[in-house]
Design a protein around this ligand. Structure first.
Ligand code: NDP
Length: 455
């Protein structure tokens, strides 16, 4: 195929075709990223930071148009796309303010006259990004990587070619020099060669476990550093003393925001027996009341899934779970009519061994598992291959915090929905990947921590 095709998931109709970059284009982009490197790396960090402030302004100036592009290409609600763009702008400002400080030399007392760690850019970093937060996922890697003095090549998901193009445009409009951020409209078949290319020094992937294994293997083969932010199956533990009004409201948000297509969505609701029935009942009623429809409309709670194959996969997981004994309280099937809509679903009595427990469900499906007590809840939460996030809901904060520390994941929250925040590191353990994004640790992933010793 010579084109990347954007399809509107709300209608199933083709929006536009974008030419794929040919081999000569890829070669020019790679060379452009190398040519831009030296001058970019030599710029003082505060000058690169100043461009981030301009980037925030460009994003805010174009947020309506950019949001509509995302909604049309991947189906997220327009209001959520607007919020995503604001989050990108805030992250630009965060790194503009704090990033230069993260890059300061760190003196270390030794017998040398001077010894310290200097953070130097690696060169060019390849970003392989997904469609679910088509701006944020790319931004949260591109901002620290470029601020550290690297140049960046973006291979975005094939179903959001308009967002990918817009990303390159906003960097250019903000005044980033040519070659610092380049979009490569190519398919995933191009990724292994890009990683192997000597002009690329590292790769960051956000996406599925399958893609993670492929990118991690290619990076290992080429001896390149990598960050993998993969799927999750976050536990949302509800203890008997939690306030049900709050918990049901936040469970709804934690699972169904972004059409349920979020790596850190609450996916497994692990509830103490004594309140499980009340929780399941109230959550099911709230889910039945969700308004599914046109993601452009402000009154819509849930839009379509991003692609038809993703909806098929989700339905298959629901069907396999029900066949294995889960009880479908509401939803459980694709919605008829145009577009890739799926009825918001609650599965009850989900247990280990069922698809909704063992696999990542990427869509509007909440799985409820009953636990005898708090200790059993933690044990169930950790009985997952994934380890991205998790949350504990209880009136006893200290107990919640102790449980949060026992969760095998990269980010554990007490009485709050798991989210990424530029001020805090983000990433997973187990099959959710490795490496960290955001905060100071995020900027350290694609730098050479160079020891300098002056005798
Ligand atoms: P993918 O992992 O396939 O796509 C993510 C990115 O990786 C895209 O840019 C894709 O390119 C690229 N990619 C895919 N396969 C390879 C490969 N073998 N080598 C190199 N790059 C590759 O996700 P899908 O869109 O297919 O979604 C499938 C599932 O992945 C979801 O149901 C969900 O479980 C999970 N997912 C998790 C996300 C997260 O935030 N952690 C985000 C998105 C998906 P291309 O689009 O051209 O194939």
């Amino acid at each position: 195929m010579t084109e990347l095709t954007a399809v509107n998931p709300a209608t199933g109709k083709v929006l536009a075709n974008y030419p794929r970059m040919d081999a000569a284009g890829v070669e020019a982009a790679l060379q452009g990223a190398v040519d831009a490197r030296t001058a970019w790396a030599l710029k003082p960090a505060h000058e690169r930071a100043a461009l981030l402030r301009q980037l925030a302004a460009v994003l805010r100036g174009r947020q309506e148009e950019l949001a509509v592009t995302a909604t049309r290409e991947m189906g997220k609600r327009r209001v959520e796309a607007l919020a995503e763009l604001e989050k990108c702008a805030v992250a630009c400002e965060y790194y503009a303010e704090h990033g230069p400080g993260f890059l300061l030399d760190v003196p270390v007392a030794t017998e040398a006259a001077r010894s310290y760690v200097a953070w130097q850019p690696l060169g060019t970093v390849l970003l392989v990004m997904p469609w679910n937060f088509p701006y944020w996922q790319a931004f949260r890697q591109a901002i620290p990587a470029t601020l550290a003095g690297n140049t960046v090549l973006l291979k975005h998901a094939s179903n959001v070619p308009g967002c990918a193009q817009a990303l390159e445009e906003v960097f250019r409009a903000a005044g980033f020099p040519e070659g610092v951020f380049h979009n490569l409209p190519v398919g995933s078949d191009a990724v292994e060669d890009l990683i192997a290319d000597p002009r690329v020094q590292g790769v960051s992937l956000t996406g599925s476990e399958r893609a993670g294994r492929a990118v991690g293997a290619a990076a290992g083969k080429a001896l390149k550093t990598s960050v993998l932010e993969l799927g999750g199956s976050d536990a949302f533990i509800v203890l008997h003393d939690a306030d049900l009004d709050t918990v049901v409201r936040e469970a709804l948000r934690g699972r169904f925001q972004n059409n349920g297509e979020t790596c850190i969505a609450a996916k497994r609701f692990i509830v103490e027996d004594s309140i499980a029935e009340a929780f399941a009942d109230r959550l099911s009623r709230a889910v039945t009341d969700l308004c599914t429809g046109d993601p452009m409309e402000d009154g819509t709670d849930l839009g379509p899934l991003a692609r038809g194959d993703l909806r098929d996969e989700l339905h298959d997981q629901v069907q396999r779970s029900v066949a294995a004994g889960a009880v479908c309280r509401t939803g459980g099937e694709p919605l008829e009519g145009e577009g890739f809509y799926y009825a918001p679903t609650v599965l009850d009595y989900v247990e280990p061994g069922m698809a909704a427990f063992d696999e990542e469900t990427f869509g509007p499906v909440a799985a409820i598992t009953r636990a005898a007590d708090a200790a059993a809840a933690v044990e169930l939460a950790n009985r997952s291959r994934f380890g991205l996030g998790g949350s504990v809901w209880t009136a006893d904060r200290a107990r919640g915090e102790a449980m949060a520390r026992q969760l095998e994941c990269g980010c554990a929250f007490v009485n709050a929905v798991v989210k990424s925040d530029p001020r805090l590191p983000f990433g997973g353990v187990k099959d959710s990947g490795y490496g960290r994004e955001l905060a100071d640790l995020g900027i350290r992933e694609f730098v050479n921590a160079k020891t300098i010793w002056v005798a």
